[in-house]
Design a protein around this ligand. Structure first.
Ligand code: MF3
Ligand code: CO
Length: 253
C-alpha cells in the first residue's frame, strides 16, 4: 500500500530532510584526502544528535541482512555501490565516494545520497559516470507529478544512462518513505513511460539512480555491501521527494 501524506505530515518529513541536508553540508566539507570513513560517520552521528534527530540506518536491519546496521551513514568507495560500512579506511585522491544517509526526526524519515570525487578524478569515464547519475536524478524529479506514471521515473533514469553510455544497476531500487525508511512502492531505475500506477499528490518517494561504468552485474561483499562484479566504478545519488498538487518538492535540500 502506498501512503498518502497530508501537508502537515510532509512538513514533518521535510524537517527531517532539512536536518539530513545540514549534515550533508558539513560532511561534504570534511571529505578530503586523509579523512577516514569512520570519522565522517562520527561527524554525522554527532551533528544529527545535536539537531535532535537520529540516523535511520543505525540499528536498522535491511531486508536479507544478518545483523542490524552498526553505523549512522553508509560510505561506499569506488566499486562499492551501496551499504558500504564506514571503516578506518582513509579517503584518497581519485576515490569515488558515495555517502548515503537517512534521518528519523520524530518518527518521520528522509533518505538521500551523493557521490563525491575526491581530489583528482581518476579518468574521464569516472567523471562521465558521476555526471550521469546526478543528471538522472534531476531528470527523474522532473517527471514526478500527479497524473504521471511511476514508470516515467525509471524511463527518465534509463534514458540518461543510455545517453551517457553507462549501465543502470537494475538489482537495486528506490522506495517509498515517510513513516518508515522503506515503504511501498519499489521505484525502479528503469521502465517504460506510461506504465505502472499513477502518481498522486501526497506520495513521498526516495528516488536513487545507481549506475556502473561497464556492467550492471553486482555482488554482495562479506560486510553485506553491494559492489560491481567486474570491479568497475559506480555512482549513486538520492533525494526524498514529495508529490505536490502540481509537481513535486525535494525535501532533502
Ligand atoms: N539508504 C539505503 C537505501 O537506500 C538503506 C541503507 S540501510 C542500512 O534505501 F542499514 F544499510 F543502512
Ligand atoms: Co534509499
Amino acid at each position: 500500500m502506498i501512503n498518502i501524506y497530508s501537508e502537515q505530515e510532509i512538513k514533518e518529513i521535510s524537517k527531517s530532510g532539512k536536518i539530513l541536508a545540514e549534515v550533508f553540508q558539513i560532511i561534504k566539507k570534511e571529505i578530503k584526502t586523509g579523512v577516514s570513513l569512520k570519522q565522517l560517520d562520527e561527524i554525522a552521528f554527532q551533528i544529527t544528535n545535536e539537531l535532535g534527530a537520529t540516523s535511520a540506518f543505525l540499528g536498522y536491519k535491511p531486508e536479507g541482512a544478518r545483523e542490524p546496521y552498526q553505523a549512522s551513514i553508509c560510505a561506499s568507495v569506488n566499486n562499492v555501490i551501496v551499504h558500504g560500512f564506514p571503516t578506518d579506511r582513509k579517503v584518497k585522491s581519485g576515490d569515488i565516494l558515495k555517502i548515503d544517509f537517512g534521518v528519523n526526526y520524530k518518527g518521520f524519515y528522509s533518505d538521500a545520497a551523493f557521490t563525491a570525487m575526491v581530489g583528482r578524478a581518476p579518468n574521464e569515464s569516472a567523471k562521465n559516470l558521476v555526471k550521469a547519475a546526478q543528471k538522472a536524478l534531476e531528470q527523474a524529479i522532473k517527471r514526478i507529478k500527479p497524473g504521471n506514471h511511476i514508470g516515467d521515473i525509471g524511463a527518465a533514469i534509463e534514458a540518461v544512462a543510455k545517453k551517457y553510455k553507462v549501465k543502470v544497476i537494475k538489482g537495486l531500487t528506490g522506495h517509498g518513505i515517510g513513516y518508515k525508511l522503506h515503504e511501498d512502492p519499489i521505484i525502479y531505475n528503469y521502465g517504460n513511460k506510461g506504465e505502472g500506477f499513477k502518481i498522486k499528490a501526497g506520495m513521498v518517494f526516495a528516488v536513487e539512480p545507481m549506475f556502473a561504468e561497464k556492467s550492471e552485474d553486482i555482488i554482495q561483499l562479506k560486510d553485506e555491501s553491494w559492489a560491481t562484479r567486474d570491479g568497475s566504478l559506480s555512482a549513486h545519488f538520492e533525494h526524498t521527494i514529495a508529490v505536490t498538487s502540481d509537481g513535486s518538492r525535494v525535501l532533502t535540500l
